[in-house]
Write a protein that binds this ligand. Structure first.
Ligand SMILES: [Zn+2]
Length: 125
């Protein structure tokens, strides 16, 4: 399942960072989710909730920030956020908002990135 490997990647990134900073607990995680990352956010959230059990992320609040799909249109040279028909999360249709073309280059919005984590350290009082 796509969401499972995504979720695993997020957890690993957070744990790596937390360990590198000697965290005892992770309080908050902010994840940027591209509109074109082709995941179902509800499913991702659910899987994350399962994977964090018995880790230092268990009680963290996991926030998602949606990143719009940024495109260059090959037909009218529009540059900016695309119109998305993503009623199907796995095959979103990307259109130019200016000329309705499907002939677009996708510049941004495909990735899932851990943007920020808030941790607790042993010396915090
Ligand atoms: Zn266009």
């Amino acid at each position: 399942m796509h969401e499972l490997s995504m979720a695993q990647g997020i957890i690993n990134a957070v744990l790596d960072t937390a360990e590198a900073n000697n965290a005892t607990e992770v309080n908050e995680v902010t994840v940027e989710v591209g509109r074109l990352a082709m995941i179902n956010p509800e499913q991702l959230q659910f899987i994350l909730g399962v994977l964090v059990e018995n880790t230092i992320i268990e009680d963290a609040e996991i926030k998602f920030e949606e990143i719009p799909a940024e495109i260059d249109c090959s037909d009218c040279n529009f540059h900016g956020d695309a119109i998305l028909d993503d009623s199907d999360h796995y095959a979103p249709i990307v259109r130019c908002p200016e000329c309705d073309s499907l002939n677009v280059e996708i510049l941004n919005g495909k990735d899932i990135v851990v943007k920020n984590i808030v941790i607790e350290k042993p010396d915090d009082s």
